[in-house]
Write a protein that binds this ligand. Structure first.
Ligand SMILES: NC(=O)c1ccc[n+]([C@@H]2O[C@H](COP(=O)([O-])OP(=O)(O)OC[C@H]3O[C@@H](n4cnc5c(N)ncnc54)[C@H](OP(=O)(O)O)[C@@H]3O)[C@@H](O)[C@H]2O)c1
Length: 252
Protein backbone atom coordinates (compact mmCIF):
# COMPACT_ATOMS: atom_id res chain seq x y z
CA UNK A 1 0.00 0.00 0.00
CA UNK A 2 1.06 3.58 -0.70
CA UNK A 3 0.32 6.50 1.61
CA UNK A 4 0.56 10.22 0.91
CA UNK A 5 0.96 13.01 3.44
CA UNK A 6 0.09 16.48 2.16
CA UNK A 7 0.84 19.53 4.30
CA UNK A 8 -1.28 22.58 3.48
CA UNK A 9 -3.99 20.37 1.93
CA UNK A 10 -6.75 22.74 3.08
CA UNK A 11 -6.29 25.18 0.19
CA UNK A 12 -4.61 25.95 -3.11
CA UNK A 13 -2.02 23.54 -4.48
CA UNK A 14 -2.26 21.16 -1.50
CA UNK A 15 -6.01 20.76 -1.99
CA UNK A 16 -5.50 20.13 -5.73
CA UNK A 17 -2.75 17.54 -5.04
CA UNK A 18 -5.05 15.76 -2.59
CA UNK A 19 -7.95 15.64 -5.08
CA UNK A 20 -5.62 14.23 -7.75
CA UNK A 21 -4.35 11.57 -5.31
CA UNK A 22 -7.97 10.58 -4.55
CA UNK A 23 -8.38 9.90 -8.29
CA UNK A 24 -5.49 7.43 -7.92
CA UNK A 25 -7.34 5.86 -4.94
CA UNK A 26 -4.37 6.71 -2.73
CA UNK A 27 -4.69 6.94 1.05
CA UNK A 28 -4.03 10.55 2.10
CA UNK A 29 -3.23 12.25 5.40
CA UNK A 30 -3.84 15.99 5.31
CA UNK A 31 -2.04 18.33 7.72
CA UNK A 32 -2.89 22.01 8.18
CA UNK A 33 -4.47 24.30 10.76
CA UNK A 34 -7.95 24.14 9.21
CA UNK A 35 -9.79 21.20 7.71
CA UNK A 36 -11.22 21.26 4.19
CA UNK A 37 -14.74 19.81 4.48
CA UNK A 38 -15.02 19.27 0.71
CA UNK A 39 -12.04 16.89 0.80
CA UNK A 40 -13.61 14.91 3.63
CA UNK A 41 -16.84 14.52 1.63
CA UNK A 42 -15.04 13.67 -1.59
CA UNK A 43 -12.95 10.98 0.12
CA UNK A 44 -16.11 9.40 1.57
CA UNK A 45 -17.81 9.43 -1.86
CA UNK A 46 -14.80 7.82 -3.53
CA UNK A 47 -14.20 5.35 -0.68
CA UNK A 48 -10.64 6.61 -0.22
CA UNK A 49 -8.78 6.30 3.07
CA UNK A 50 -8.41 9.92 4.27
CA UNK A 51 -7.62 11.58 7.60
CA UNK A 52 -7.00 15.14 8.61
CA UNK A 53 -4.59 16.14 11.39
CA UNK A 54 -4.71 19.69 12.65
CA UNK A 55 -1.24 21.17 13.14
CA UNK A 56 0.30 24.61 13.24
CA UNK A 57 3.57 24.08 11.37
CA UNK A 58 5.14 27.14 12.95
CA UNK A 59 5.16 25.36 16.33
CA UNK A 60 7.89 22.71 16.63
CA UNK A 61 6.22 21.01 19.60
CA UNK A 62 3.03 20.49 17.56
CA UNK A 63 5.06 19.21 14.61
CA UNK A 64 6.75 16.61 16.81
CA UNK A 65 3.50 15.46 18.47
CA UNK A 66 1.35 15.37 15.33
CA UNK A 67 3.90 13.75 13.03
CA UNK A 68 4.83 11.09 15.60
CA UNK A 69 1.14 10.14 15.56
CA UNK A 70 0.95 10.33 11.75
CA UNK A 71 4.05 8.10 11.50
CA UNK A 72 2.52 5.64 13.97
CA UNK A 73 -0.73 5.44 11.95
CA UNK A 74 1.09 4.95 8.65
CA UNK A 75 3.98 2.63 9.60
CA UNK A 76 1.72 0.16 11.43
CA UNK A 77 0.27 -0.68 7.96
CA UNK A 78 3.81 -1.50 6.71
CA UNK A 79 3.38 0.62 3.56
CA UNK A 80 5.47 -0.04 0.49
CA UNK A 81 5.89 3.70 -0.12
CA UNK A 82 5.15 7.03 1.59
CA UNK A 83 4.84 10.19 -0.51
CA UNK A 84 5.54 13.22 1.69
CA UNK A 85 4.41 16.49 0.08
CA UNK A 86 5.94 19.35 2.09
CA UNK A 87 3.63 21.87 0.43
CA UNK A 88 2.39 24.27 3.17
CA UNK A 89 3.90 27.71 2.79
CA UNK A 90 3.52 31.37 3.65
CA UNK A 91 4.63 34.43 1.69
CA UNK A 92 4.50 37.02 4.48
CA UNK A 93 6.18 39.20 5.61
CA UNK A 94 6.16 41.30 2.43
CA UNK A 95 8.34 44.25 3.38
CA UNK A 96 11.80 45.57 2.66
CA UNK A 97 14.54 44.72 5.12
CA UNK A 98 14.55 47.33 7.87
CA UNK A 99 10.73 47.18 8.05
CA UNK A 100 10.32 43.46 8.86
CA UNK A 101 8.29 42.49 11.92
CA UNK A 102 9.86 39.75 14.02
CA UNK A 103 6.84 37.43 14.44
CA UNK A 104 5.91 36.91 10.73
CA UNK A 105 9.60 36.71 9.84
CA UNK A 106 10.21 33.85 12.24
CA UNK A 107 6.91 32.18 11.27
CA UNK A 108 7.88 32.21 7.59
CA UNK A 109 11.19 30.43 8.20
CA UNK A 110 9.49 27.93 10.52
CA UNK A 111 6.65 26.99 8.14
CA UNK A 112 8.63 27.12 4.86
CA UNK A 113 11.95 25.64 6.01
CA UNK A 114 12.11 24.26 9.55
CA UNK A 115 8.86 22.24 9.31
CA UNK A 116 9.89 20.41 6.08
CA UNK A 117 13.32 19.67 7.62
CA UNK A 118 11.82 18.27 10.85
CA UNK A 119 9.13 16.21 9.08
CA UNK A 120 11.57 14.77 6.52
CA UNK A 121 14.01 13.91 9.30
CA UNK A 122 11.31 12.16 11.32
CA UNK A 123 10.12 10.03 8.37
CA UNK A 124 13.60 9.05 7.17
CA UNK A 125 14.38 8.06 10.75
CA UNK A 126 11.20 5.97 11.12
CA UNK A 127 11.81 4.28 7.75
CA UNK A 128 15.11 2.79 8.96
CA UNK A 129 14.92 -0.99 9.44
CA UNK A 130 11.62 -1.12 7.47
CA UNK A 131 10.87 -1.98 3.83
CA UNK A 132 9.16 1.37 3.27
CA UNK A 133 10.50 3.75 0.62
CA UNK A 134 10.03 7.47 1.20
CA UNK A 135 9.60 10.01 -1.58
CA UNK A 136 9.81 13.61 -0.33
CA UNK A 137 8.45 16.43 -2.50
CA UNK A 138 9.47 19.86 -1.24
CA UNK A 139 7.37 22.60 -2.83
CA UNK A 140 9.72 25.47 -3.53
CA UNK A 141 9.51 28.63 -5.65
CA UNK A 142 11.29 30.46 -8.43
CA UNK A 143 11.93 33.03 -5.66
CA UNK A 144 14.51 30.58 -4.25
CA UNK A 145 16.84 31.47 -7.11
CA UNK A 146 15.63 34.94 -8.16
CA UNK A 147 15.77 37.75 -5.60
CA UNK A 148 12.44 39.62 -5.45
CA UNK A 149 12.41 42.95 -3.62
CA UNK A 150 10.07 42.84 -0.60
CA UNK A 151 10.25 39.02 -0.40
CA UNK A 152 13.67 38.60 1.25
CA UNK A 153 12.38 36.20 3.92
CA UNK A 154 10.35 34.07 1.48
CA UNK A 155 13.26 33.95 -1.03
CA UNK A 156 15.63 32.91 1.77
CA UNK A 157 13.36 30.21 3.21
CA UNK A 158 12.80 28.65 -0.24
CA UNK A 159 16.53 28.90 -1.10
CA UNK A 160 17.21 27.05 2.16
CA UNK A 161 14.64 24.42 1.21
CA UNK A 162 16.37 23.83 -2.15
CA UNK A 163 19.73 23.36 -0.43
CA UNK A 164 18.23 21.07 2.22
CA UNK A 165 16.69 18.97 -0.59
CA UNK A 166 19.97 18.69 -2.50
CA UNK A 167 21.99 17.83 0.61
CA UNK A 168 19.56 15.24 1.96
CA UNK A 169 19.34 13.62 -1.51
CA UNK A 170 23.15 13.34 -1.66
CA UNK A 171 23.20 11.71 1.78
CA UNK A 172 20.56 9.14 0.80
CA UNK A 173 22.47 8.34 -2.40
CA UNK A 174 25.67 7.84 -0.35
CA UNK A 175 23.78 5.62 2.12
CA UNK A 176 22.48 3.52 -0.79
CA UNK A 177 18.80 3.85 0.16
CA UNK A 178 15.90 3.96 -2.31
CA UNK A 179 14.50 7.13 -0.72
CA UNK A 180 14.12 10.08 -3.06
CA UNK A 181 13.91 13.75 -2.19
CA UNK A 182 13.33 16.47 -4.74
CA UNK A 183 12.02 20.04 -4.98
CA UNK A 184 9.23 21.29 -7.20
CA UNK A 185 8.69 24.89 -8.28
CA UNK A 186 5.00 25.26 -9.25
CA UNK A 187 5.06 28.60 -11.10
CA UNK A 188 2.68 31.47 -10.41
CA UNK A 189 -0.70 29.93 -9.46
CA UNK A 190 -4.16 31.34 -8.87
CA UNK A 191 -4.41 30.64 -5.12
CA UNK A 192 -4.92 32.52 -1.84
CA UNK A 193 -1.19 33.18 -1.72
CA UNK A 194 -1.52 35.34 -4.84
CA UNK A 195 -4.43 37.22 -3.21
CA UNK A 196 -2.12 38.01 -0.29
CA UNK A 197 0.57 39.19 -2.71
CA UNK A 198 -1.90 41.45 -4.57
CA UNK A 199 -3.09 42.96 -1.29
CA UNK A 200 0.42 44.06 -0.27
CA UNK A 201 1.45 47.71 -0.53
CA UNK A 202 3.42 49.25 -3.40
CA UNK A 203 5.96 50.63 -0.90
CA UNK A 204 6.63 47.13 0.43
CA UNK A 205 6.57 45.30 -2.90
CA UNK A 206 8.08 46.87 -6.02
CA UNK A 207 6.55 44.34 -8.46
CA UNK A 208 2.97 44.74 -7.18
CA UNK A 209 1.57 46.02 -10.52
CA UNK A 210 3.09 43.09 -12.39
CA UNK A 211 1.35 40.59 -10.08
CA UNK A 212 -1.98 42.45 -10.36
CA UNK A 213 -1.60 42.20 -14.16
CA UNK A 214 -0.95 38.43 -13.96
CA UNK A 215 -4.45 38.09 -12.53
CA UNK A 216 -6.08 40.61 -14.87
CA UNK A 217 -4.52 39.01 -17.94
CA UNK A 218 -5.48 35.55 -16.71
CA UNK A 219 -1.96 34.15 -16.95
CA UNK A 220 -1.93 32.52 -13.50
CA UNK A 221 -1.65 28.73 -13.58
CA UNK A 222 -4.58 26.69 -12.28
CA UNK A 223 -3.66 24.68 -9.19
CA UNK A 224 -5.30 21.50 -10.57
CA UNK A 225 -3.17 21.62 -13.74
CA UNK A 226 -0.01 22.04 -11.67
CA UNK A 227 -1.03 19.31 -9.23
CA UNK A 228 -1.79 16.93 -12.12
CA UNK A 229 1.67 17.42 -13.62
CA UNK A 230 3.35 16.98 -10.23
CA UNK A 231 1.45 13.81 -9.29
CA UNK A 232 2.12 12.32 -12.75
CA UNK A 233 5.84 12.96 -12.18
CA UNK A 234 5.77 11.45 -8.69
CA UNK A 235 3.94 8.31 -9.86
CA UNK A 236 6.06 7.91 -13.00
CA UNK A 237 8.95 6.37 -11.07
CA UNK A 238 11.36 8.57 -13.07
CA UNK A 239 12.08 11.22 -10.42
CA UNK A 240 15.72 12.26 -10.17
CA UNK A 241 16.55 12.63 -6.48
CA UNK A 242 18.10 16.00 -5.57
CA UNK A 243 16.70 17.77 -8.62
CA UNK A 244 14.72 21.02 -8.50
CA UNK A 245 11.93 20.52 -11.06
CA UNK A 246 10.06 23.49 -12.52
CA UNK A 247 6.46 23.25 -13.72
CA UNK A 248 7.53 24.56 -17.16
CA UNK A 249 9.70 21.43 -17.60
CA UNK A 250 6.62 19.27 -17.02
CA UNK A 251 3.97 21.15 -19.02
CA UNK A 252 5.88 21.62 -22.30
N1 LIG B 1 0.70 30.45 -5.41
C1 LIG B 1 1.84 30.68 -6.06
O1 LIG B 1 1.88 31.47 -7.02
C2 LIG B 1 3.10 29.96 -5.65
C3 LIG B 1 4.26 30.18 -6.42
C4 LIG B 1 5.42 29.50 -6.08
C5 LIG B 1 5.43 28.62 -5.00
N2 LIG B 1 4.30 28.44 -4.27
C6 LIG B 1 4.35 27.50 -3.15
O2 LIG B 1 3.33 26.53 -3.30
C7 LIG B 1 2.93 26.04 -1.99
C8 LIG B 1 1.41 26.11 -1.88
O3 LIG B 1 1.03 27.47 -2.00
P1 LIG B 1 -0.48 27.93 -2.32
O4 LIG B 1 -0.38 28.96 -3.35
O5 LIG B 1 -1.34 26.75 -2.49
O6 LIG B 1 -0.80 28.68 -0.94
P2 LIG B 1 -2.19 28.93 -0.17
O7 LIG B 1 -3.34 28.82 -1.10
O8 LIG B 1 -1.97 30.17 0.59
O9 LIG B 1 -2.23 27.68 0.85
C9 LIG B 1 -1.26 27.55 1.85
C10 LIG B 1 -1.47 26.28 2.63
O10 LIG B 1 -0.46 26.23 3.65
C11 LIG B 1 -1.09 25.99 4.90
N3 LIG B 1 -0.41 26.70 5.99
C12 LIG B 1 -0.02 27.99 6.02
N4 LIG B 1 0.49 28.27 7.23
C13 LIG B 1 0.42 27.15 7.97
C14 LIG B 1 0.76 26.82 9.32
N5 LIG B 1 1.30 27.72 10.16
N6 LIG B 1 0.55 25.55 9.74
C15 LIG B 1 -0.01 24.64 8.92
N7 LIG B 1 -0.35 24.88 7.65
C16 LIG B 1 -0.15 26.14 7.19
C17 LIG B 1 -2.52 26.53 4.75
O11 LIG B 1 -3.40 25.81 5.61
P3 LIG B 1 -4.18 26.42 6.89
O12 LIG B 1 -4.38 27.87 6.62
O13 LIG B 1 -5.43 25.62 6.93
O14 LIG B 1 -3.27 26.14 8.03
C18 LIG B 1 -2.84 26.24 3.30
O15 LIG B 1 -3.40 24.95 3.15
C19 LIG B 1 3.66 26.92 -0.98
O16 LIG B 1 4.78 26.25 -0.50
C20 LIG B 1 4.09 28.13 -1.80
O17 LIG B 1 5.22 28.76 -1.27
C21 LIG B 1 3.13 29.09 -4.57
Amino acid sequence: MKYAIVTGASKGLGEAITKRLFEEQMAVISVSRTENEELKKLAAEKGVNYRHFSCNLSLDKEIQEVFMEVAHVIFKGEPEEILLFNNAGVIEPIHTVGSLDQTPTIRNIKVNLIAPILITNLFLNKAQHTNTTIQVINVTSGAAVHPIEGWSVYCSSKAGLNMFTQTAALEQWELGTNHKIFAFSPGVMDTKMQETIRSSSQDAFKDLEKFIEFKEKNVLLKADVVAGALVDLVLSGTVESGKVYHINDLLK
